[in-house]
Design a protein around this ligand. Structure first.
Ligand code: SF4
Ligand code: FES
Length: 510
């Protein structure tokens, strides 16, 4: 109620004034601190009146690799009373790097010249993109028309098919999907909920956006299947607010569906990377600050409003629908080199054609880089799983992309976000950029994460400035250990992984 009211007021008035917050508190019958607590947590809510032009430039890894900082500085130099220029966290458009939004709308192929012309009023601000043509993923033509009428599914058969296909969560954690569905199915308390986590926000990650925009029906198929298996009373799609085109595509697809086994609604997140953490997302849905919960209990037994809740990533649901429709043997046969299934990978950084690529699981990193047009220079390094994964050197590019092989090579597949780095890149700067991201996005609930991220950034910056020797980078080990062992969610646990891998594997790079 508080979040939806804040969204409504901001839509109507452009911002949330102190008076608006006070009158909302009395209208809703809640103390002002409840409204302020929510309002101050989410970056989407504006506390000052809007200006003529607001430029949001991404400062994170994929954009930084493609000139984001210079673009920001060029725009910042022209900021004025009615033109605000600010740096923001990953916008989920790492394939269009450096990513820039103007008044909340993506500016494609942003250049300093283009920005300057818009700021001077010589060129119009961008307008919302039209819906893209359907882009069938996993299953050719699956999404070109609404699917056939619903059939009653046998939950045990669905779970058996997912197990046979070995499907794992494709949002980063890699938890076996069949086990998750089975756990929630067996929970006896009702009502139950199913949630599609469409809040991808990690630098380098944007494949769910492509899936939601191009194949929304396939995602709804997966949600409907999951709802049938666990007997859900309600489905929710938790979508990041920057994904306006995905929102329109999903809303259109939802309006076309009359076969869903339960009501499905879209919740537009008011923002923050941490909201992709499944218990933080539940807190937002329950109208509180999006801070992760202590676990256990896990959402499968005690999730939304304390009820059993199945939370799956967008791609996981789409893959589940495909497996159920085509069968596990078909799915397994799609992989190569002993792997099974298909995988969407976001490819960004120093490649000729950044984008989302659908590959047979087991495709090598170098093959995928080739599909993306090759590295723009001589390959130096790559991160296979976005900002939270450890960087690997070029001589590991023959590693097949699957959970086990990437792990054996010394990193992790995560959600499947290949970030490519060419020789000549300042790797220390890249490490600092990544740690800054996690520092900025920490919700601050646990002390080790809140302070550790900041300490790590200071050390990295002081080494770069020559105030400390490189030997002081050894201090990062202690910080990393404390964060990994004591943080209550994955953000704090992985925040320094990429930086440590860069320190250990690329110390001779500039
Ligand atoms: S680890 Fe960091 S992001 Fe996660 S709950 Fe703790 S402070 Fe918040
Ligand atoms: S949009 Fe810049 S890193 Fe993702």
């Amino acid at each position: 109620m508080i979040i939806s009211e804040l969204v409504r007021v901001q839509e109507e008035e452009g911002w949330i004034s102190p008076d608006a917050a006070r009158s909302m508190a009395s209208r809703l019958g809640v103390p002002l601190h409840r409204v302020e607590g929510v309002l101050s947590f989410y970056p989407h809510f504006r506390r000052t009146p809007p200006v003529r032009i607001e430029i949001a430039a991404c400062r994170d890894m994929a954009c930084s690799l493609r000139g984001g900082r210079a673009l920001f500085q060029a725009a910042k130099a022209l900021a004025s009373a009615d033109v605000i220029v600010r740096e923001v966290s990953c916008l989920g458009r790492c394939d269009d790097a450096p990513a820039v939004f103007i008044n909340g709308i993506p500016l494609h192929e942003a250049t300093a010249d283009k920005l300057v012309r818009i700021m001077r009023g010589e060129e119009p601000c961008p307008t919302a993109d039209p819906l893209p043509p359907p882009r069938p993923f996993f299953l050719p033509s699956s999404d070109l028309a609404p699917p056939p009428p619903p059939q009653t599914v046998d939950p045990d058969k669905v779970i058996a098919a997912l197990k046979e296909a070995g499907l794992r969560g494709l949002g980063g954690a890699g938890f076996p999907t069949a086990d998750k569905w089975s756990l929630v199915r067996k929970a006896t308390s009702t009502p139950k909920y199913v949630i599609c986590n469409a809040d991808e926000s990690e630098p380098g990650t944007f494949k769910d956006r492509a899936l939601l925009e191009g194949s929304p029906h396939l995602v709804l198929d997966g949600l409907a299947l999951a709802a049938q298996v666990i007997n859900a009373a309600k489905g929710i799609i938790y979508l990041r607010h920057e994904y306006d085109r995905a929102l329109r595509a999903l809303s259109k697809a939802l309006a076309e569906r009359h076969d869903l086994p339960c009501p499905v609604e879209i919740f537009v997140s008011p923002g923050g990377y941490i909201l992709g953490e499944e218990t933080a997302l539940l807190e937002a849905l329950e109208d509180r600050r999006g801070e992760p919960r202590n676990k256990p209990p896990f959402p499968g037994t005690s999730g939304l409003h304390g009820q059993p809740t199945l939370i799956n990533n967008v791609e996981t649901l789409a893959a589940a629908a495909t497996i159920w429709r085509r069968g596990a043997p078909w799915w397994n046969a799609q992989g190569v080199r002993g792997s099974s299934g298909l995988k969407l990978v976001s490819v960004s950084g120093h490649v000729v054609r950044p984008g989302v690529y659908e590959i047979p699981m087991g495709t090598t990193v170098s093959e995928l880089i080739g599909m993306a047009g090759g590295c723009t220079g001589k390959l130096l390094a790559f991160a296979p799983g976005g900002a939270s994964s450890r960087f690997l050197p070029a001589d590991k590019a023959d590693t097949p992309i699957d959970f086990g092989s990437i792990q054996a090579a010394g990193s992790m597949l995560g959600s499947g976000a290949l970030v490519v780095v060419a020789e000549g890149t300042d790797m220390h700067d890249l490490a600092t950029n990544i740690v800054r991201f996690f520092r900025n996005e920490s919700c601050g609930k646990c002390v080790p994460c809140r302070l550790g991220g900041e300490r790590a950034v200071v050390i990295l910056e002081e080494v770069a400035a020559g105030k400390r020797g490189r030997g002081d980078l050894a201090l990062l080990d202690e910080i990393e250990e404390a964060m990994r062992l004591t943080s209550i969610c994955g953000l704090g646990q992985v925040a320094l992984q990429a930086a440590l891998s860069i320190r250990d594997r690329f110390s001779s790079s500039p």
